[in-house]
Design a protein around this ligand. Structure first.
Ligand SMILES: Cc1ncc(COP(=O)(O)O)c(C=O)c1O
Length: 482
């Protein structure tokens, strides 16, 4: 298709309903937005600890029993109770408390048999903890591309599963974006791979009404302050498998017969067997950590609605006023999301305009992070500094180059969220010269967005001369092209 300047291209994407959710570009937007007031609230402030958590932590300190195995009985251990409550929350038989999600991932990989020299498939777009932990075991990460809905590219996974010798897939639900889990399972089965899920960003997120993480042999969760359960540091490693649970308990630091201080543990004979074989890596959770997080485990389900309502109110404003120049990836319809972070990518911008956008929005008090900055820990090229293998991931780069990341602090008021959305939309339009409809869109960029959505349905491209078409229907995407 050739270049058509000053014409509108209406790309009628007769998307099958199974894929149309993903783009969900709302038309009828592109309105002019007067400059919002700068946003002045602090994005770095994490969620507060409920009073009951503070009281429980003070009690632990008064008694001096900070070490989980100092508790006289499992019933009086904060960690043992947190493990039980967390396992109930995520609907798994066992949850073992550890000092971080990175430790949880390490123990998970060890218990599924990862050894030095093994290849482990994982996301090319995730946090540095994943390649770091794989490499800590002397194993080698094999990086898989990312799609424009910000999930692992399952076509690339298929390819790399055939080409590599990986027997383990460490799948990261990065920023709570969930790949098609049926297909993930099918690929693992076909290639004889064990699935480990990194649910650091997926606590509370459901696939078919069930917490994600259940399809894996072992899963890992984070309770670091930026997550939906704030304990400062901490994590859980979960499984339904008795033998793996006993190994996890021992690896995490239950030396001698301390498995008996766990409220929920595998049968005694399995624990005794693992006691004789497993080393101790001392990555236990502290009683203080468990004390502050327990109320947040218990009330997570009540908080999900607030996260999502507020996220939506921000996104509505962005989509209304920045239209297709600001795309917010959506989860699969079988997913119940948790909107604790805002992720989006700007479209139709040159690299210079992208820089103007970032500068403008940050100057307005909204500190969006760019994934491709030279220090961003989520950019695969920055992992090369510690020896991670260099993979060319052009699809991932294309997404991340224009992608942004923003925490949505729970202490904000409801009205703050549309305000943040307005600052973003205003800055998008500002970068594009004030009115996004009069600007040019890079044809390759548009193609890269459209392609993943057009796999189930033909894309019909219609050239028209008037930009004042009747508003297209939901399944129609309108773009300006050069
Ligand atoms: C996707 C992802 N996985 C794992 C981790 C590791 O979590 P932790 O900081 O608890 O070790 C993080 C940390 O933020 C993360 O973003």
């Amino acid at each position: 298709m050739t270049t058509i300047r000053n014409q509108m291209l209406v790309v009628l994407m007769t998307l099958a309903s199974s894929v149309s959710y993903r783009l969900n570009v709302r038309m009828g937007g592109f309105g002019r937005l007067s400059k919002p007031e700068p946003f002045t609230r602090d994005f770095t402030r994490p969620m507060e600890i409920p009073e009951s958590g503070i009281e429980a932590a003070v009690k632990v300190m008064r008694e001096g029993r900070l070490f989980r195995y100092s508790a006289k009985t499992p019933e009086t251990s904060e960690v043992a109770n947190a493990e039980k409550e967390f396992s109930e929350l995520v609907q798994q038989k066992y949850a073992v408390g550890v000092n971080s999600c990175s430790s949880a991932i390490m123990l998970a990989l060890m218990t599924v048999g990862v050894e030095a020299g093994d290849e482990v498939l994982t996301n090319g777009f995730t946090f540095t903890a994943l390649p770091s932990t794989i490499m800590r075991l002397g194993a080698v990460p094999v990086l898989v591309e990312c799609t424009s809905d910000w999930t692992m590219d399952l076509d690339d996974l298929e390819l790399k599963a055939s080409e590599s010798n990986s027997k383990v897939l460490l799948l990261s639900h990065m920023r709570g974006k969930i790949a098609d889990m049926d297909r993930v399972e099918a690929i693992c089965e076909k290639h004889g791979m064990v699935l480990v899920e990194d649910c650091a960003h997926a606590c509370g997120i459901q696939w078919d009404g069930r917490q994600v993480g259940n399809k894996a042999k072992v899963s890992a969760y984070s309770c670091q302050s930026d997550k939906v359960i704030n304990a400062g540091e901490g994590g859980f490693v979960t499984t339904d498998d008795d033998e793996i649970a006993a190994k996890l308990i021992y690896l995490s630091g239950a030396y001698e017969k301390r498995w008996s201080k766990h409220l929920v543990h595998p049968p005694e004979e399995i624990c005794e067997q693992m006691m004789m074989t497993m080393p101790n890596l001392s990555c236990r959770m502290s009683e203080l950590t468990a004390a502050v997080m327990r109320p947040l485990i218990r009330n997570l389900e009540d908080r999900v609605g607030d996260y999502n309502r507020r996220w939506q109110s921000c996104v509505d404003v962005m989509e209304k006023f920045a239209g297709i120049n600001c795309i917010v990836p959506r989860n699969h319809p079988r997913v119940r999301s948790v909107g604790d972070h805002l992720n989006f990518y700007v479209t139709g911008m040159t690299e210079e305009q992208n820089e103007v956008f970032a500068k403008t929005v940050r100057a307005m008090g909204v500190p969006v992070a760019s994934f491709v900055s030279p220090v961003n820990a989520r950019y695969h090229k920055n992992w090369r500094k510690f020896g991670a293998p260099a993979y060319e991931l052009p699809k991932t780069d294309n997404i991340l180059k224009f992608g942004y990341d923003l925490k949505m602090p729970p202490y904000f008021d409801d009205s703050d969220f549309p305000h943040v959305g307005a600052c973003i939309a205003y800055s998008v339009n500002e970068a594009l010269g004030g009115n996004s409809m009069e600007n040019e869109v890079d044809a390759d960029w548009v193609k890269s967005i459209i392609e993943p959505y057009s796999m189930d349905a033909p894309v019909e491209v219609v050239d028209i001369t008037s930009p004042y078409l009747a508003p297209p229907k939901n399944e129609t995407m309108t773009v300006m092209m050069e």
